[in-house]
Ligand binder design. Sequence first.
Ligand SMILES: [Zn+2]
Length: 244
Amino acid sequence: MRNEQQVAGNWAWKLWQFEETQVRYRENPAPGQASFRYRPGTRPVLISAPHGALHWRQNQWKGEDEYTAALAHVLAEQTGAHALYTVRRIRPDPNFEDDSDYKRTLARLLREQGIELVLDLHGARRRRDFGLELGTMSGTTCPDYQATIIQYLEWQGFVRDHSRSLDRLWVNCLFKGGSRQRTVTRFVWEQCGINAAQIEINAHLRVVRRKSDAVLYREDPDFAADPSRLRRTVQALIRIVRAV
Ligand SMILES: [Zn+2]
């Protein structure tokens, strides 16, 4: 039987390989290409990662949510979910404005593919006081699946009120999935009538190895996630997708 390090290493390797070869945080897409990609699936779940690269919000480029594009891709590969993720810098920020090709593509896919749940993945800085945060606009955007999502995260040791901050699960505390903001989560629920949840993932649970084009590279080039928590995060997300 493979030990934990090997299993964690396997996920880490898949994620790193994708992020390293497919994602360019600071580059524009090639002429005629979009900043994002769609990976077709067979299950009624779509994993979204709109901040996989730099995104233009309020007149400036905001830093990428490292490894969220890789997570969306690898989760889709493992589960048969659909995935939509940003691999080149994107303008405007799909998680801030509704007039966006990303959201238009998303709405079309939701209609055409019979999607029942959208998981919108984001990255939180390493010093945040939680491992994962679930945002459903205070419990409104994911009525059919919120309890299931929490259950699978808790089964992997991400628990509300946990004393260790990286094992702590927050639910609608800081990143609520859109209090005023035109988020993906809000859009999917309000405009498309489909369950959606925003999942903020601490850097310690997702950044396998920092790429040299990352915004945070100069500040912290040697940063690397905790392999055990990375594995638990991936496994919780896989189980959530398979439960739908
Ligand atoms: Zn984000």
